[in-house]
Structure formats: structure tokens, C-alpha cells
Unconditional design. Structure first.
Length: 184
């Protein structure tokens, strides 16, 4: 299946086209497995996470609604499965640094995921302690879901500068992020 045909993947899955599911599995399994194994530090856990992802994908195929490229969707779903595994295993804090190092907290730190208004207010107060530029980059990246390139364009700075500011914000915001993950 070529990339030109990949726009029909969701339609084909919803129709129960098993060959499309096999193509997705064969195309992305290894890449998702390697990613999960790197984050989890366990090949067995990575295999379970990716296997569960594909089982869920097939079971929910009739309601599948993907608004992004299928690869992005699969990696995002894998990230969520990994976070659920950390939560279920009681290892959130221990592995928070692993996610920060891999820069994969983005989709899990959107403001819409913070349900309780008191928690949201506390998070905003805590973020005010960050230097202005780092706070702004952090908020744009996580809450407004802007890309590094979009932030650099807004600020009129280099992409590497934005990455550095984001890295500095992560280091300073680690206690804040730990607090936030307790409520996810």
C-alpha cells in the first residue's frame, strides 16, 4: 500500500478490510515496539503494549476517527498506553524522567486533560514561577500544542533556542509535572 493510498486506511479499517489492518501491523509493529521498549526498558512490556494497541485498534475499527496521519495516531496511542501502564504499575514518578528525556509528554499535558479547575489554577500558579520565555514556550508547546517550528516563528528565534528553553523549563518544572501526573 503506497503513501498515496494511506488516506483511505481509516475507511478500509472501518469496513473491516483485514488486509489493511495486516499492512498497518506489518508496517508499524517494529517501529512502535522499538519505541515502547526504549521508554519502558522491557521488551516484554513493550510487546504487551503494542499488541494491546493493535487489538484495540481492530476491536474499535468501526468507530475509528483519525484526523492526523495514521503513523502519528499510532505513536500517540502507544504513548497513552505506556502512560496507562506506568499508572497501573505505580511507576509514574520513577519513569517521568524517561518521558521528559524523550519529549513524549506533549499529548498528555494538554490543558484539556486537567479536569479539575483547582488543579488547573494551581498548575498555572506554579508555572508563573518559571522565567517568562520558558513559561511561554512551555505553555505554547503543551497547552496550545504548537510545534517547535511554530514557536520559533512566533518568537523570531531559532528552533534550537526553543528546544533549549523547553528543556530548561522541563528541568525547573519537574516538581510541577510530578504533581500534575498524580491527577491523570
Amino acid at each position: 500500500m503506497s503513501d498515496l493510498q494511506s488516506g483511505n486506511i481509516c475507511e478500509q479499517l472501518r469496513s473491516g478490510h483485514f488486509e489493511t489492518f495486516e499492512w498497518l501491523f506489518n508496517t508499524y509493529w517494529d517501529e512502535l515496539f522499538q519505541y515502547a521498549a526504549r521508554i519502558l526498558g522491557s521488551q516484554e512490556d513493550a510487546q504487551d503494549v503494542v499488541q494491546d494497541l493493535f487489538v484495540n485498534l481492530w476491536e474499535r475499527r468501526e468507530n475509528l476517527d483519525v484526523s492526523t496521519h495514521i503513523r502519528n495516531y499510532l505513536f500517540s496511542a502507544t504513548r497513552k498506553k505506556i502512560l496507562c501502564k506506568f499508572r497501573d504499575d505505580g511507576l509514574k514518578e520513577k519513569h517521568l524522567e524517561q518521558f521528559i528525556l524523550h519529549g513524549e509528554l506533549r499529548s498528555e499535558l494538554t490543558l484539556s486533560k486537567v479536569i479539575n479547575k483547582d488543579i488547573r489554577r494551581q498548575l498555572q500558579n506554579d508555572l508563573q514561577r518559571l522565567p517568562e520565555k520558558e513559561r511561554q514556550v512551555f505553555e505554547w508547546y503543551h497547552f496550545d500544542e504548537l510545534s517547535i517550528r511554530e514557536i520559533a516563528s512566533r518568537n523570531g528565534t531559532a528552533e534550537q533556542t526553543v528546544r533549549n528553553q523547553l528543556g530548561n523549563a522541563y528541568q525547573k518544572a519537574r516538581p510541577i509535572l510530578g504533581k500534575l501526573l498524580m491527577f491523570l
